[in-house]
Design a protein around this ligand. Structure first.
Ligand code: CA
Length: 223
């Protein structure tokens, strides 16, 4: 899952990005409103953390512009503590959630997990596919209750497929959601990682749909 952090306070931006990266997300960062607006309009993020008070363009205007342009990704606003009117304005502009500063990073992470699963219509905190279970809170994957050790990249790949199980995900989509903007993207490497994840899981839950991409489905699902 790929996230965008738009925050002009360099320390806070760094803390957020580090916490999110530590939780297994790929993170792009912007430090002013124009840069943030541009990235959110052009790159496919799974969620955005958006500060309201930003140089060059404020968070509410950015959010309104994204929604007018049809950008539907979940957006969590970072608000000043006592500005209740910011929160009302933010929700009306298309925000999905907010946290008030100063916040605990654990709360931000929990809210992001909730946003990501709600956005794909998933209510439970864990993801299941046949014998495979993924717990985003702990970053843990098990098959028939036995823990599976994945690298961070393999985990991100499986996590994205688990969030989108039951539909075909193209290689291009995977590349866009697994790497940050500075990464030299090569969609051929995806196949290598798919192969590694398959081997580690030891059960056939990732189907290759020729010419289209990959489909995560329980082993007994019709092909
Ligand atoms: Ca600010």
């Amino acid at each position: 899952m790929r996230l965008l952090v738009v925050e002009d306070d360099p320390d806070l931006n760094r803390q957020l990005a580090a916490a999110l990266a530590g939780a297994g997300y790929v993170v792009d960062r912007a430090y002013d409103g124009e840069e943030g607006h541009y990235l959110g309009e052009t790159e496919p993020y799974d969620a955005v953390l958006l500060d309201i008070g930003l140089p060059k363009m404020d968070g509410i205007s950015i959010l309104e512009a994204w929604r007018r342009a049809g950008r539907a990704m979940p957006v969590m606003l970072l608000t000043a503590r006592d500005r209740w009117s910011d929160k009302v304005q933010g929700f009306d502009a298309g925000a999905d959630d907010y946290v008030a500063k100063p916040f605990h990073l654990e709360e931000v992470l929990a809210r992001i997990r909730a946003l990501l699963r709600r956005f794909v219509g998933h209510a439970q905190s864990e993801f299941l596919c046949g014998p495979v279970r993924l717990d985003p809170r702990a970053g843990r994957v098990t098959v028939d209750e036995a823990p599976i050790r994945l690298t961070s990249h393999e985990y991100r790949l499986l996590c994205y497929l688990m969030h989108h199980s039951g539909r075909v995900v193209s290689r291009t989509e995977l590349v866009e959601h697994l790497y940050d903007q500075d990464f030299d993207r090569d969609s051929n490497t995806i196949e290598v990682f798919i192969g590694r994840v398959r081997k580690k899981l030891g059960v056939e839950v990732i189907q290759t749909i020729r010419g289209l991409g990959y489909l995560l489905a329980p082993p007994d699902a019709p092909r």
